[in-house]
Design a protein around this ligand. Structure first.
Ligand code: HEM
Length: 472
């Protein structure tokens, strides 16, 4: 079964290509395959659908069936309980002791011993180590670097090969995945960590290998090796920074603050400095958590906005609308589908008995499309009045008919990169928008849906390549 944790981002692409044991027809988006009905007329779910190409491209009608008829679905094929309603998922996320994150899966081998796998006090102590450097004033300090890196990458488009950028008759065609989104989040993270510039290319390779290592067993070894190389490299840096910390600078070259590695070097838990292994695990987690997710966010945002030209225009007319667009994109098509939890005690939810220690998959994608919370959930509308798009809150928001989306989770494990990924996506997109005159999707180069003409839906996996045209 595809799980939707960080582990599964790389795995998902692999699973997509594997043939399901049972073949299901590809349906028009929004319609479910007929899997039969009970005597009372309730649609049945065949769990083999979850492995099918149909589900990967068109999951929402199946989530609707689950939410409406099986809000806690015991999938015996994958030995998982799927939890699909918004209210149930938020309740489980807040109850970190009752529904804990241990064990998370193959990530521990590749990423190391991180707080992903901890709960309660231990989790809080670990999380604050670097989380504090990704919010508030620290984050504000990082914005000049984010802007500079975006501009540097775009300035380099001139030098990219024809497989990424093509100019013809006053129109440039560019794959903004390869030319921007794939690498931009990793460049930002390596900059704020304090990775020397000349090592950033190597860093991107380690990132890609570790992400691949989270997937199937074929690439797991590659991930482990990359993790070992990263650790060797970081341990030298850590030794140097323990003696001589290094700094981040503003655009005028003035030091703003120490970089995250330098700060981690001087951090203590129980009066002990963090070990090099602990620092490396934190770094691996921040890279693993922040790359693929933000990459997907940038590409999904542009894909959705350019398919809704009136909304794109609204964003171009008033820059404040980028924030609305960011949150609506994450509600409509986030880059992470959900998170696994294990229940500490026997529980009964919606009449389903779940024995202690079961794998319960919280399906954030489904929570974000729960029409008990969001009207007409399949529609992308940055001006919807039921989505909270204010400051991101760990406690979430559910007031006056507005709710937070679930793309960053909520509660103790709320994504600590939420604020910085917001800045990366919005600041990066503003800079892209300022550079590209009259941008539009290059329809010839993009994958099509089953009718052969409409653009392929985003489905469970974020847009991989996004070809745009703009006027030179
Ligand atoms: C749009 C981009 C992003 C999305 C959709 C996203 C989503 C998520 C989600 C849903 C979780 C919750 C896991 C849980 O409940 O168990 C999470 C955790 C995490 N994210 Fe993100 N994330 C994004 C960007 C980032 C960035 C940029 C970073 C780092 C700079 C990051 C680092 C992490 C880490 C370290 C965790 C583990 C937190 C914990 O267990 O306490 N994420 N992310």
């Amino acid at each position: 079964m595809p799980s939707f944790s960080l582990d599964a981002l790389a795995d998902a692409a692999e699973s997509e290509t594997q043939l399901s044991k049972k073949e299901f027809p590809l349906m028009p988006v929004g319609q479910a395959v007929d899997m039969g009905f009970t005597d009372d007329g309730v649609p049945l779910i065949d769990p083999r659908i979850f492995d099918s190409p149909e589900f990967f491209r068109n999951p929402y009608p199946y989530y609707r069936i689950l939410r409406d008829h099986y809000p806690v679905f015991h999938d015996k094929l994958h030995n998982t309980y799927w939890v699909t309603r918004y209210e149930d998922i938020t309740a489980c996320y807040f109850d970190d002791e009752g529904f804990n994150t241990i064990p998370k899966g193959s990530s521990s081998g590749v990423l190391g011993n991180t707080q992903l796998e901890l709960s309660g006090v231990e989790h809080r102590r670990r999380r604050n180590l670097y989380g504090q450097h990704l919010v508030g004033k620290s984050l504000e300090n990082r914005i000049p670097a984010i802007e500079r890196l975006a501009k540097e990458m775009i300035a380099d488009w001139e030098n990219l090969g024809e497989d990424v950028v093509q100019d013809k008759d006053g129109v440039r065609t560019v794959n903004i995945a390869a030319a921007f989104a794939n690498e931009f989040p990793i460049r930002v993270v390596s900059e704020i960590l304090g990775i020397p510039k000349d090592a950033q290319g190597q860093f991107f390779y380690w990132y890609n290998s570790m992400m691949a290592g989270l997937g199937g067993s074929a690439t797991h070894q590659m991930g482990l090796e990359a993790r070992q190389d990263l650790e060797d490299y970081i341990s030298d840096i850590v030794e140097q920074r323990r003696v001589t910390p290094t700094y981040l600078y503003d655009n005028d070259g003035n030091p703003i603050s120490k970089d995250i590695i330098s700060k981690l070097c001087e951090t203590k838990i129980d009066n002990d400095y963090l070990s090099t292994e602990e620092i490396t695990s934190n770094i691996a987690l921040v890279i693993g958590g922040g790359g693929e997710t933000t990459r997907g966010a940038i590409l999904n945002l542009w894909y959705l906005l350019l398919q809704h030209p009136d909304q794109f225009e609204a964003v171009m007319e008033d820059e404040a609308n980028w924030d609305l667009a960011f949150h609506e994109m994450l509600r409509h098509s986030s880059s992470i589908g959900g998170q696994p939890r294990h229940n500490t005690h026997d529980v009964e939810m919606h009449g389903v008995k779940v024995p202690a220690g079961s794998l319960m998959e919280m399906v954030d994608f489904s929570a974000n499309h729960d029409d008990r919370i969001f009207k007409d959930p399949e529609t992308f509308n940055i001006f919807r009045d039921d989505l909270y798009a204010g400051k991101i809150l760990r406690s979430g928001y559910n007031k006056d008919g507005k709710c937070s989306h679930m793309a960053f989770g909520v509660g103790p494990h709320l994504c600590p990169g939420a604020w910085i990924s917001h800045q990366e996506t919005v600041v990066g997109s503003k800079i892209l928008a300022a550079h590209m005159k009259n941008p539009r999707i290059n329809l010839d180069k993009m994958p099509k849906d089953i009718d052969g003409t409409s653009l392929a839906p985003i489905g469970l996996i974020s847009v991989r390549d996004l070809w745009l045209d703009y006027d030179l």
